[in-house]
Structure formats: structure tokens, C-alpha cells
Write a protein that binds this ligand. Sequence first.
Ligand code: GLN
Length: 307
Amino acid sequence: MAQVKYQEIIEEIFNELKAKPNKGKVATYIPELGIVSAEKFGVYLRTVEGESFFYGDSNVPFSIQSIAKVLSLALAYKTDGAKLWKRVGVEPSGNPFNSLIQLEYDCGKPRNALINAGAIVICDVLMSQYEDAPAVLLDFIRTASGNSSIEYDMRIAQSEKSQGFRNMALVNFIKSFGNIKNDSEKVLDFYFNLCSIKMSCKELAETFVFLANNGRNLELNRDILTSSETKRLNAIMLTCGFYDEAGDFTYKVGLPGKSGVGGGIVAVYPNNYSIAVWSPKLNKKGNSYLGMKFLERFTSETGLSIF
Ligand code: GLN
């Protein structure tokens, strides 16, 4: 892989995209997200050989939002194994991230763990597994990323809570079917904490590179997940990581990945690299407008996707 001109390709695509009109819109339903500078744009790529390539605002922390759902799922799956799939499915939802509609047909079992409904159930599962689930999860994320400074951001969590009516409806609706075991308000507080984590593109790429490295953290040379668990997590990201745009992302980019309403996208190419892109303006499906375009061109021009 050393001969791939990563830096040159990243800079060329970045500069071309930046010069064009951005048709996306920053998410404002979480008030704190609405105050970020809309023009930020950063990229960071980390290879499993330990090389890094970056450009733009790659060191600026932003709210990773739903990207964190991969990490809570990783911990719950590592702890519970296949039993977890009784509580949450592994099927793409084909619906927006905050949709309630399928829950009634599916008796309160969310289609997957990467939509809001599923991530809320995962928070409940973690709360039943661990006495102080938020602390255990933070510790797990810090270990996976090799970065002890990662924190929940209370301002963002509070800001989301102040407007979190849809998620309140989701947790209570799921509880009415018996698929939330703990106090729904506490589960939701944990969910808002999870979504409030801030990372830069650099930190995101460094955190997720274990999923490109068969579950092994590069720096610590320590297994975060087994290679079989990693395979399954990557499969869920590929099929469910972009809600009702998951098919489109797979078709255009061809990598397992996950987006968040903060405008971040992280993707992994198993045995090769992790890449994080951030640009806060979102397309109509709630995924970063420039992030999607960047990754489509990146995998097309390098030829490095799983297909
Ligand atoms: N915290 C956000 C919410 O629940 C996460 C959504 C997202 O990133 N797509 O609405």
C-alpha cells in the first residue's frame, strides 16, 4: 500500500470539493450543533501500518453523535455475545435515524443498533450489564482509542436533552413492549451522553483503526474485539451505518462506515486503513454532504474499497 499517493489524492479531492457549492445544511435540532462553523472540513487517514495522512481541520474536535453508537454496540456485543440479537436486530431499517414506525410491527425490537431506537436499547443493555455503564463505556472507548482525554460533553448532552422529545417517545414506546428494563429517563440520559462525545478526525480515525486491524489496537497491540466480532461489527456498519442511505453509501463508497449529525463520517477498509471526514453541512438523509462526496471520490480514485 505504501505506493498509494494518499496525501496527494486527499488534497486534490479536498480542494476540488471545497471550491464547489455545498448544498448541505447544518443540523440545528440540537441547538449546540447549530453554533459550529459550517465551513469546517477535515480529513484524517490512518493505515494499519501506522502511517497517517491528513488535511484541513483534521485536529478540530466536533460532536461525533451517532458515530459513537458503533462503540457502545461493540462493548455490549463483547459482553453479551449473540444473546444481544434477541434485543436488537441486524437488519437495515431503510428509514430515517429517528424513526418510530417499525417498532410497532416489530414489537419494540429495533431493526439494528445504529439507529436511535437500537442505540437506546444498547444503552439499556449496558446499564443492566454494568453498575456504572457510562464510566465503563468511557473507559472502553479510551482504551480502544488509546486516548484518555476523551470525555462526554455535558453541554451538548444537555442541549440535546432540552429538545429530545422524539428520543423520549422512542424510549417510552420501546419500554411499553418490555424491551427497556431500566428507568427510561436514566437510559435516555446515558444515550445523550453517548452522543455528546467529541473527537477530531484524527481521534476518530485512531479510535476506529482497530476495526480495520481485526479488532487489535495498533498502539497497545491489544485486542479490543476478536476478529470474528470485528467482522460482524463491520458488517453491521456496512448494512446499517447510514440509515436510509446505507445502500447508497455502500454503492458509492464501498466501505463499512458510520455517520453522525455533527457532520462526521468514519469508514474502515479492513486490513488497510480507517478514514474520518468532517464537514457539518448535511444532506437530506442527515449525512455529511461533503463527507459522502469525499469518500466516494477517495475510494474510486485509489481503487481501495472492499469491492
Ligand atoms: N443524538 C442524535 C439523535 O438522537 C444522534 C443522531 C445522529 O447522529 N444521526 O438525534
